[in-house]
Design a protein around this ligand. Structure first.
Ligand SMILES: [Zn+2]
Length: 330
């Protein structure tokens, strides 16, 4: 395996990159104090692609890292977003760039390749899943599904692995990264348990989740749903009328009365499906707005993945008519 060699090169590159950092490049506000006991030890400047990756990095290394996300906000679609020249500058000015992978950030692939050519280290958080958990990765039409954060256990494994990568870059804080990753794994487990409780009131026959694009396969596997989407794994291709008609038939047949829109995807196709159902005399409503490929706005509980997942679960429980379980989760 050449993994060790690759990592060694990355660490060397990073060390070199940090060594040549100009003193004025980082403000004390974003990188922590540059005076006192920590003088000269600036935080690693980490750029993330999506805000879900940013949350993961924040949870594992927030204390020691200066973190930015390029696609930071609930309305941004990572399948379609193309990095601007300013984004490229931010990435180029980073000590390390962390991304989700599995073709999620489809328009970033050239930029990431170019960063690697320039000696800027990149970390793909789903690397560990391809190497060690590939049998748990879902596919559709021969393409691996990138929305793995909705398998909370797998995302916890990404955290454990990320802690090891950060420990190689920043050995002084290795034990903090590792401890935070174990805590994060526990948070993912608790979120899953709370989610199962909140969804337990949805009867079996109503456990069908219809969304704009196919981001919820892992969610469906975790929480025992059937999932159907108008668009495929990516929002890059448009669905045909045939797909709208197929889903309309499913909804009418199963008497499902709620479908869900997504924060980062246009609701155009969802509205077309509602109108198709109406033409068959079947009333269909929007059951709620879900976070699929992004977390929520900064300063809200949904800015973390755990918060966004619980938001989704509350919307789904409400939209699909969960019976009160008496165990409402905040
Ligand atoms: Zn997606």
């Amino acid at each position: 395996m050449n993994t060790y060699r690759t990592r060694s090169i990355i660490v060397l590159t990073l060390t070199a990159a940090m060594g040549i950092t100009a003193p004025g490049c980082s403000s004390p506000d974003s990188t922590g104090s540059t005076a006192g006991p920590g003088a000269g030890k600036e935080k690693l400047r980490v750029s993330c692609t999506t805000d879900i990756v940013k949350d993961l990095v924040q949870q594992i290394g927030g204390k020691h890292l200066a973190i930015t996300a390029i696609m930071d906000g609930p309305a941004i679609d990572p399948h379609l977003y193309t990095p601007s020249p300013q984004d490229i500058n931010i990435l180029t000015d980073s000590d390390v760039v962390i991304y989700s992978g599995l073709h999620l950030e489809a328009q970033f692939e050239d930029a990431l390749e170019s960063l690697r050519h320039r000696g800027i280290p990149t970390i793909k958080v789903t690397d560990v899943l391809e190497k060690e958990f590939s049998d748990q990765l879902l596919q559709a039409n021969g393409v691996v599904d990138p929305h793995v954060w909705f398998d909370l256990e797998l995302w916890g494994q990404c955290g454990i692995w990320l802690a090891e990568q950060l420990a190689e870059f920043d050995a002084a804080h290795a034990s903090d990264y590792r401890a935070a990753a174990v805590e994060f794994q526990q948070l993912m487990k608790t979120t899953r348990e709370n989610g199962e409780t909140a969804l337990s009131g949805i009867p079996e026959e109503r456990r069908i989740l219809i969304t704009a694009h196919d981001a919820f396969q892992y969610f469906a596997r975790t929480f025992n749903f059937r999932v159907e989407a108008i668009q495929g794994l990516s929002t890059e291709s448009e669905p045909g009328l045939k797909r709208i008609n197929e889903l309309s038939d499913v909804l009418v047949e199963m008497k499902i009365s709620a479908i869900f829109t997504e924060q980062s995807v246009s609701d155009r196709n969802i509205l077309a499906l509602i109108s198709e159902c109406e033409s068959h005399g079947h009333e269909l409503t929007v059951g709620g707005i879900l976070y699929s490929d992004t977390a929520g706005p900064a300063g809200t509980a949904e800015e973390t993945l755990a918060g966004a997942v619980m938001h989704n679960i509350r919307e789904i429980a409400k939209g699909l008519g969960a019976q009160p379980s008496g165990q409402e989760t905040p």
